[in-house]
Design a binder for this molecule. Structure first.
Ligand code: CU
Length: 307
């Protein structure tokens, strides 16, 4: 009797161990479509910014159709000392205007995301394409990559997951400038310090100032070369009026920003972005005018009746 009980106990024990070691990946393939490329289910699966058919401005046709599977989990961080989370791949490259399907597999018992930033906002809400799974599971989404050579950040936006290694870069065409601190791909702006010296705020501030100055120099260099000639008045003294000087100053101030903002964009995308700004500006002005009228009108809100 004792023997048979112990055999049953052993059998149950073996079964439960197998259940723990073999992680089941739930396929989130029955999500509800909320419209605007947003799909969700009740089990923590989510897709945002899905676009299967609208061509981004500047794309004549879908250049290629690709499908990748991205794995995310703690175990992929093991090859990068000092990290906790990672994707199985840190760099991707595709032809501009590629229709890309991403199968995102989360292998951890926590929430992870594969979020792509910097996409054109007229097509992707907040410029994002976003896949998310809570716990071990798989979710799939599709987008159409914009034209132009640009490097996009992909990361997990759960607090500290990117800082702890879950990030990568996706290059469209030749890509743009490399992003910093992509595990195994690029150097960190602020390298980890294992020297054992006590933390010095002055030393840190100095390093940070140096890094910022270097970044500003990098951003300003192409801007100076490519600065819009229209913003520079001709070298005729009589034309340098107060307005001219102010205009020049504003032009010089915003030139690096504009150059950086429009880098790698097609004419269509630049126009779409400028229109987005103008419509936003008009909206703000209208709001302001409405508030002003309300204020000048002096009509107070009708008070709630006393109980
Ligand atoms: Cu994560």
């Amino acid at each position: 009797m004792v023997k048979s009980v112990s055999i049953v106990a052993l059998f149950c024990c073996a079964l439960s161990t197998a259940g723990v070691s073999a992680k089941e990946i739930q396929d989130h393939n029955k999500m509800m479509d909320h419209g605007d490329g947003h799909l969700m289910d009740m089990d923590g699966g989510m897709v945002m910014g899905q676009n299967t058919d609208t061509l981004p401005g500047g794309c004549d046709k879908i250049a290629a159709t690709k499908e990748i599977t991205v794995h995310a989990g703690h175990k992929y961080s093991e090859k990068f000392p000092g990290t906790m989370f990672a994707f199985d791949q840190q760099e991707y490259q595709f032809e501009p205007c590629t229709k890309l399907t991403v199968n995102f597999v989360n292998e951890d018992d926590i929430r992870h995301q594969w979020m792509m930033h910097g996409l054109p906002k007229y097509l992707y809400p907040k410029g994002m394409f976003h896949l998310e799974v809570s716990g071990p599971g798989k979710v799939s989404g599709t987008l159409i990559l914009p034209p132009g050579d640009k490097t996009y950040l992909v990361h997990c936006d759960i607090a500290q997951h990117m800082e702890k290694g879950m990030k990568g870069q996706l290059k469209v065409g030749k890509g743009g400038e490399d992003l910093p601190s992509i595990p195994g791909v690029t150097a960190s702006i602020f390298p980890d310090d294992y020297s054992g010296k006590p933390f010095s705020p002055e030393e840190f501030a100095k390093q940070e100032a140096e890094a910022r100055a270097a970044a500003a120099l990098l951003a300003a260099t192409p801007a100076a070369k490519q600065a819009d000639p229209g913003s520079t008045p001709p070298a005729d003294d009589s034309l340098i009026s107060g307005v001219g000087v102010v205009g020049l100053a504003i032009g010089l101030l915003i030139a690096p920003f504009l150059t950086k903002r429009f880098q790698g964009m097609s004419t269509g995308e630049v126009i779409a972005t400028v229109f987005e700004w103008i419509s936003h500006g008009i909206g703000l002005t209208m709001d302001f005018i409405a508030k002003l009228i309300k204020m000048l009108g002096g009509k107070k809100a009708i008070p709630l009746p006393d109980k």
